[in-house]
Design a protein around this ligand. Structure first.
Ligand code: NAI
Length: 462
C-alpha cells in the first residue's frame, strides 16, 4: 500500500497529461492503467494508429493519381498490408513507450492493472489498496453499438477491429458518417475497398458547418466513396466471412439490404466506467451515463474528480488533455481553466477539415449578426502546386465589431492552419488583426489571412 497526493485512474491523453502536470507541480502522483500500455484509446486504438494508416493510404493515393502529373513515372506501389500494419504498430509502440519515459522523468508512479474506487481516497489496483488525498477519474470511452448488431471485431468491427484487419476487404459497409466512419472509410477506400457509408441523418458529419459538410461529401463521393443518407441501419446478420445489413429509408420507409465483407460500426462512443466502483460509493452520473462534475471537474464526492470522455463535452483527446492540466492546477490549489468555446475539431480525411468556434448554422439559429469571409484554396499558389486547390477557409466575424466568432477550413493542412485562428480567438482578435499580420509566401496559411481580408475590404487573390 502506498499513499499519494493524487491517483489518476486511466492513462489516456486526459489521465497521463494530468499525471505529468500534477508531478510537475510537486504532487506525489500515481497513474493506474490496465490495458498494458499507456496512451489510452487515442494512442493504442484511435487517433495515432488511424493517422498512420491515413498517411500510408494518402501516399498511395498521391502515387496513383498525382505522381505522373509531376513527371514522376514508373509503377505505382502495391499494398503490402502486413507491412503497413507493422509500420502502424511501430508508430504506436514508439509513442506509448515515450509516455512511460515521461512518467519516469517526472517521477509519476505507473501502477499496472485495473483501478477500482473502494472508498473516497482509496483505490484498489487488482486487489492492492492505495490511498490518495484526491482521485481523478480519466477512464475514457468505448464504442457504442446499436441494438441488433453484434460486434465480433472480425466481420462486424468497431474502430479497434478496423485498425487491425488481416487483409484489405473487397467491400466495406460503414454505419455512421461521423469522424470515425469517414476517416477509416477513407483509409480502406484508398487501399481499394468499395466503401458504402450509411448515415441516419440526411447529411454527413453532424455538428459541422453545413457548407463544409457538403463540400466534404462531394469530395469523398468524387474519390469513390458511396453514401446512403437518411437511412437507419436496423440489423446486421453476419457469417464468418461476410455480413448483410438491413436499413430503412427514413422518409420513404423503404427497407433495403447491403452485403459487405466487413461492417464498421461507427455510431458514436459512450463513457467507460465498468468496474470503476464510483456509483457503488454514491457517485452521481448524468442521464446520459457520464460522470457528473462541477465547474472544477469535481464530482459529488469531495476529492474525486473526473475529466475527458467520461464527462460531458466533445470526446476529443485535446479536450481531455486541457482538462487534465486544469485539474492539476485545481489540485495544487490554483485556478484551472478550459475555454470550451475554442476547442478545435479536425477530421483527417483528404481534404482535411478543421473547425473552431461557432458554425454559420449556429450563428443563424442564434440570430447573431455576422459577416462571412471566404477564400478558396484555388487562389493559393502553394495549395495548387500540391494538387490541393479544393476547399476553402471560411471566417465568421461579428458584423459590428469584426471579432472572430468561428472559422471552418476544408483543404490542405486544415488541422494545422486552424491554430492561428484559435490563438487569435483566445486573444479576442478581430479578422483585421489577422489580415494585418504578415504571412509568409507561399504558404497555405495565406488562405487564412485572405479569408480574414475577405471579412473587410476583400481578399486579394479571389
Ligand atoms: P459520431 O457521433 O461522430 O458519428 C456517428 C454517426 O452515426 C452520426 O452521424 C449518427 O447520425 C450516425 N448513426 C447513429 N445511428 C445510426 C444508424 N442506426 N444508422 C445509420 N447511422 C447512424 O461518432 P464516431 O464517428 O463513432 O466518433 C466517436 C467519437 O470519437 C466522436 O466524439 C468523435 O469526435 C471522436 N473521434 C474524433 C476524431 C478526431 O477528432 N479526428 C477521430 C475519431 C473519433
Amino acid at each position: 500500500m502506498a499513499s499519494y497526493d493524487v491517483i489518476i485512474i486511466g492513462g489516456g491523453p486526459g489521465g497521463y497529461v494530468c499525471a505529468i502536470r500534477c508531478a510537475q507541480l510537486g504532487l506525489k502522483t500515481a497513474c493506474i492503467e490496465g490495458r498494458g500500455a499507456l496512451g489510452g484509446t487515442c494512442l493504442n486504438v484511435g487517433c495515432i494508429p488511424s493517422k498512420a494508416l491515413l498517411h500510408a493510404s494518402h501516399m498511395l493515393h498521391e502515387a496513383e493519381h498525382n505522381f505522373t502529373k509531376m513527371g514522376l513515372k514508373g509503377k505505382s506501389p502495391s499494398v503490402d498490408f502486413k507491412q503497413m500494419q507493422e509500420y502502424k504498430d511501430g508508430v504506436v509502440g514508439q509513442n506509448t513507450a515515450g509516455i512511460e519515459f515521461l512518467f519516469k522523468k517526472n517521477k509519476v508512479d505507473y501502477l499496472r492493472g485495473w483501478g477500482k474506487i473502494t472508498a473516497p481516497g482509496q483505490v484498489s489496483v487488482d486487489g492492492e489498496v492505495h490511498t490518495a488525498k484526491n482521485i481523478v477519474i480519466a477512464t475514457g470511452s468505448e464504442p457504442s453499438s446499436l441494438p441488433g448488431i453484434e460486434v465480433d471485431e472480425k466481420v462486424v468491427v468497431t474502430s479497434t477491429g478496423a485498425l487491425s484487419l488481416p487483409k484489405v476487404p473487397k467491400r466495406m459497409a460503414v454505419i455512421g458518417a461521423g469522424v470515425i466512419g469517414l476517416e477509416l472509410g477513407s483509409v480502406y477506400q484508398r487501399l481499394g475497398t468499395e466503401v458504402t457509408v450509411i448515415e441516419f441523418l440526411d447529411h454527413i458529419t453532424p455538428g459541422m458547418d453545413s457548407e463544409i459538410a457538403k463540400t466534404l461529401a462531394r469530395s469523398l463521393k468524387k474519390q469513390g466513396m458511396k453514401f446512403v443518407l437518411g437511412a437507419a441501419v436496423q440489423k446486421v446478420e453476419a457469417t464468418k466471412t461476410k455480413a448483410k445489413l438491413t436499413y430503412e429509408g427514413r422518409k420513404k420507409g423503404n427497407v433495403e439490404t447491403l452485403e459487405a465483407d466487413v461492417v464498421l460500426v461507427a455510431t458514436g462512443r459512450k463513457p467507460f466506467t465498468d468496474g470503476l466502483g464510483f456509483t457503488d460509493i454514491g457517485g452521481q452520473m448524468t442521464e446520459r451515463g457520464q460522470i457528473a462534475t462541477d465547474a472544477n471537474w469535481q464530482t459529488n464526492i469531495p476529492g474525486i474528480y473526473a475529466i475527458g470522455d467520461v464527462i460531458t463535452g466533445p470526446m476529443l483527446a485535446h479536450k481531455a488533455e486541457d482538462e487534465g492540466m486544469a485539474v492539476a492546477e485545481v489540485l495544487k490549489g490554483r485556478h484551472g481553466h478550459v475555454n470550451y468555446g475554442i476547442i478545435p475539431g479536425v477530421i483527417y480525411t483528404a481534404p482535411e477539415v478543421a473547425s473552431v468556434g461557432k458554425t454559420e448554422d449556429q450563428l443563424k439559429a442564434e440570430g447573431i449578426a455576422y459577416k462571412a469571409g471566404k477564400f478558396p484554396f484555388m487562389g493559393n499558389a502553394r495549395a495548387k502546386a500540391m494538387f490541393m486547390g479544393e476547399g476553402f477557409v471560411k471566417m465568421l466575424v461579428d458584423k459590428e465589431t469584426d471579432r472572430i466568432l468561428g472559422c471552418h477550413i476544408i483543404g490542405p493542412s486544415a488541422g494545422e492552419l486552424i491554430h492561428e485562428v484559435c490563438v487569435a480567438m483566445e486573444f479576442g482578435a478581430s479578422a483585421q488583426d489577422i489580415a494585418l499580420t504578415c504571412h509568409a509566401h507561399p504558404t497555405c496559411s495565406e488562405a487564412v489571412r485572405e479569408a480574414a481580408l475577405a471579412c473587410g475590404d476583400g481578399a486579394i487573390h479571389a
